[in-house]
Design a protein around this ligand. Sequence first.
Ligand code: SAM
Ligand code: ZN
Length: 396
Amino acid sequence: MIPRSLFRLLQCPTCHSQALYVSEDGVTCSSCTNTYGFHPGYLEMMPRATTYDYVSKYVAEEEQLASELDYRDLAPPLLAAGVRNRALVRLLDLNRTDMVLDSGCGTAKFAAWNAARAGLMVGSDPATLFADAAVEQVALVQSDARSLPFADNSFDKAFSIDVLEHFPRDVIDVYLRETARVLRPGGRFLIFSNTREPSPIQPVIDVSRRLGRLFVRLGVYDFEREARRKSDHIKALETWEDVLDAMEQAGLRPVKVVFWNSLFTTFVEHVLMKLGETLLGRPSASTRTSAAASAETSITDGTQREIRARRRFRARLERQGPTYYALFVVTLLMEFDLWRVGLDAERELFPGGREVRVTLSRTAGGLKSSATLSKACLRGLSVSPNRAFVLLHMGI
Ligand SMILES: C[S@@+](CC[C@H](N)C(=O)[O-])C[C@H]1O[C@@H](n2cnc3c(N)ncnc32)[C@H](O)[C@@H]1O
Ligand SMILES: [Zn+2]
C-alpha cells in the first residue's frame, strides 16, 4: 500500500532533497526533477543515474526467483521464521505509535506480521517480490538501502532480517550508516544475521547435517532450493569482532545480543521438515500440468516438490488444525535454541556474566539503557557464535 503518511517521510534518493511533490504521475523532486512512479501496491524510489558495483541476486535474478520463491501467499510465522518473528516482537517492543522500517524486507512477511503492532510499518527493498498480505498492510517502497528515500530521524524502530550476510563489507557499512541516519536518536534497530564462525556446539549440530546428507545420498530429498537461496550469501562479517567493528563504524551501539546455537533448528531444517516436505510434496494428477510448465522455467524436481509441500502445508495451517499446533510446538523447540542455549552461551561468553545486565528503560527523552555492555566486555568473547541477534540502541 502507499498510505499518505508515507509521503511525509520521503526524501529524494538521487539528490537527497526533501522538496518533493506528489501528483498523479508519482512523486517528483523539485531539485533534480526526477519522478518516482506509483506501482500497484508500492512506490518506486530507486536512485537515478547511479550504478552500484554490487547487485544482489535477489535483484539481478528477480524474475527467476519469483517462480522459485512462491512468495505471494504468506503462511503464519512458524518454524525458523516464527523464531525470528517471536524474537523481533520481544526485542523491538513495537507500539502503536512507532514508525518502523523493515530494510531489505523481501516479501515483507515480517513487516506484514507486525504491521498491526506499529503506527506505520514501511518495507523497503530493491526487489519487488512482495507478498499479497504485505501489499495490503505495509507501506512498500522499492528502494536501495544504500540511498534510502527517507529523511533523517524518520523512524523509531528498524529491523534487518537475513540481509547483512548478502552484502560485501563496503555495502554493509553503507547499509548500516543509512539505517542509522533514518533512525531517530534513541531508536532501536534489530539485526538478525550470521557470521561464518562455527557454534560452540557445532559437533552436535553436525550430527543433524550428516543425517540430512545421508537422506540426500539415499535420494529421499535434496537441498537445491536452500542451496540456491544461500548462493547469494557472502558472509563478509566473518567473526563477531567484524560485527562489532561494523556497528561501531556506523555509530551504532550494541545493547542486547542473543546468540542462536541451532541445535534443534538444524535437526528441524535438515531432517524433520525435509521428511515432511517429501511426504506432503508428492505430485498429484492435478499438479502434472504445472510440472510441465515449470520444466520451461528450469525449476528442479526438488524445488517443485518443496513448493507443492509448502502450498499444502499453508492450506492445512489456515485451518488451524493439528498441523498448525504440531508446527507451533516445533517452533517453540527451535526457540529453545535461541533463549536457552543462547543465554547459556551468553553466560559462558561473558566472564563474570552476572555483571553483564542489559536492561532498557524508557524516559521522556526516549530509550535509555541502564546497561554497560562495554566493547571490552564483548571483545572478551571466548566462544564463537554462529548466529547472532543484535539489538542496537542508538544515540544515548
Ligand atoms: C534473504 S532476503 C531477506 C528478506 C526478508 N528480510 C526476510 O527475512 O524475509 C535478502 C533481501 O535483501 C534484499 N537486498 C539486496 N540488495 C539490497 C539493497 N541494496 N538494499 C536493500 N535490500 C537489498 C534482497 O532483495 C532480499 O529481499
Ligand atoms: Zn532529487
